[in-house]
Design a binder for this molecule. Structure first.
Ligand code: BGC
Length: 457
């Protein structure tokens, strides 16, 4: 991926990779902020004497903020630019982290989590979108997947940061201070992100949309060399621009189909149950008979598998393509969820078997729906509506995340653990059918070619 041209200049890929890595740090903050609460919540419960309803709200307030942030990110980034709104998301992360570390009241904490959530939602939409708009077609999938790798790294990092902070003091200290350090530590990556964002340019496609041709050409040249920059600018220019960013248009041909694909993929990514595992893993492992320590080390195993298979996705996404990964992943998710459901259903199944199939499920998600959905919802929409349309898909993703994380504990009570996993299996099967019938391949196509493809549909 990274190479240097004969003239000694850094190649397009190399510079696009630097920019992508910087933008992708938003994913780290997303992963960190969504997962850090799992280690903090136990202490917060005791400190504030939280009843179950409040406990749930403390966890999900961030997701509510993220849903709102994702929703606004489109209009705001279409108007003010991708880079500026990424910077705003970093500022919100920092304010949310400081705000969560200081308070002595529950309501102030909730407000801080919602503010941090706004940043999470904005970054979750705009980091992949930024990368999409600067990446060369041939390795766009891989570069956007760096964002998913950052999400997974952020989730993984919290296991260790939480463990280190909780291990620092005794139980009284933990109840009074550990959770503050856990939530507040988000300031560090947030501030680093803000500073690094100063180094990246606005995307050439957004600049072109604002009719800032000279600036757009300058960015393209910096990444691409003079000749290739001209060709690319030409391709962007060639698309008819009816300047119609109106939301209404999204529901008509040719935008309706990509909107359906984006929204359904986004919702499927969540309702196939990944965050039931990500947010509740230790509890699930305890149900298989594991003790608290074993449950925690098994959760670390989930993090390792998630990371390793996201790396594999990075390597495969521009070779095999998005569709193939989605299809294979969804089939494997269906099978592994069926077995996990069976494991909880049958009396004499060992905890190890359930663990193995949960890991297979996580691996299948990590190689498919995890990265591919973020890649596709950022690339399937035309530039003139990309911000808004990606934001709608991302908003639906977060809303679906909210529904799953709120209802999972209830489902366990109402229909039992096995039926809950079978429900996720049925939804994964629907995902297989949807991907086979409706999702097109976008590997290797320029954003403009993808746009023309929908016009021909
Ligand atoms: C999803 C998150 C999830 C993560 C797990 C992301 O693609 O959007 O909701 O927690 O993957 O790795």
């Amino acid at each position: 991926m990274v190479n240097t041209t004969s003239t000694g200049h850094k190649s397009f890929s190399q510079i696009a990779t630097y920019y992508s890595i910087i933008a992708a740090i938003g994913g780290f903050l997303f992963g960190y902020d969504t997962a850090v609460i799992s280690g903090a919540i136990g202490f917060m419960r005791v400190r504030f004497d939280l009843h179950p309803g409040m406990l749930g709200w403390m966890v999900s307030s961030l997701i509510v903020g993220a849903t709102i942030g994702a929703g606004f990110s489109g209009v705001l980034s279409d108007k003010f630019g991708r880079k500026k709104m990424l910077m705003l998301s970093a500022i919100l992360f920092v304010i949310g982290s400081i705000g969560a570390a200081i308070p002595n009241s529950v309501s102030a904490l909730i407000v801080a989590r919602i503010v941090g959530g706004l940043g999470v939602g904005m970054a979750s939409t705009l980091s992949p979108l930024y990368i999409t708009e600067i990446a060369p077609a041939r390795n766009r999938g891989r570069l956007v997947s760096i964002y998913q790798l950052a999400v997974v790294t952020g989730i993984f990092a919290t296991y260790f940061i939480n463990a280190a902070i909780a291990g620092y003091g005794n139980n009284v200290w933990d109840i009074n201070y550990a959770w503050r350090w856990m939530l507040g530590f988000g300031v560090v990556p947030g501030a680093i992100y803000l500073l690094l964002l100063l180094l990246i340019p606005e995307t050439p496609r957004w600049l072109m949309k604002q009719k800032q041709e000279v600036e757009a050409l300058e960015v393209l040249e910096r990444m691409n060399g003079k000749e290739a920059a001209k060709a690319e600018l030409h391709e962007i220019l060639n698309l008819k621009d009816d300047n119609g960013g109106a939301i209404r248009q999204l529901f008509r041909h040719p935008l309706r189909r990509p909107l359906i694909v984006g929204v359904v993929l986004a919702v499927l990514q969540q309702i196939t149950g990944i965050n039931a595992i990500m947010y509740y893993a230790p509890e699930i492992f305890k149900q298989t008979g594991a003790g608290t320590n074993a449950a925690l080390s098994q959760t670390v195993l989930v993090g390792i598998v998630n990371f390793a298979f996201t790396l594999i996705a990075l390597w495969l996404i521009d070779k095999l393509g998005r569709r193939a990964l989605l299809l294979v992943g969804a089939v494997m998710m269906t099978v592994s969820l069926l077995v996990v459901g069976y494991g909880f259903h049958a009396a004499n199944v060992s905890g190890t078997l359930i663990l193995v199939f949960i890991l297979i499920y996580v691996a299948s998600f990590a190689v498919s729906f995890g990265p591919v959905v973020w890649v596709m919802i950022s690339e399937i929409f035309p530039t003139r509506v990309r911000g808004r349309a990606t934001a709608i898909a991302s908003l639906c993703l977060w809303a679906a995340d909210y529904v799953v994380s709120q209802t999972f504990p209830m489902l366990l009570e109402w229909i039992g653990t096995s039926a809950t996993f079978w429900l996720f299996a049925v939804i994964s099967l629907i995902a297989v059918i949807f991907c086979a019938k409706v999702v097109p391949e976008t590997k290797g196509k320029s954003l403009e070619q993808i746009e023309r493809y929908w016009e021909g549909q």
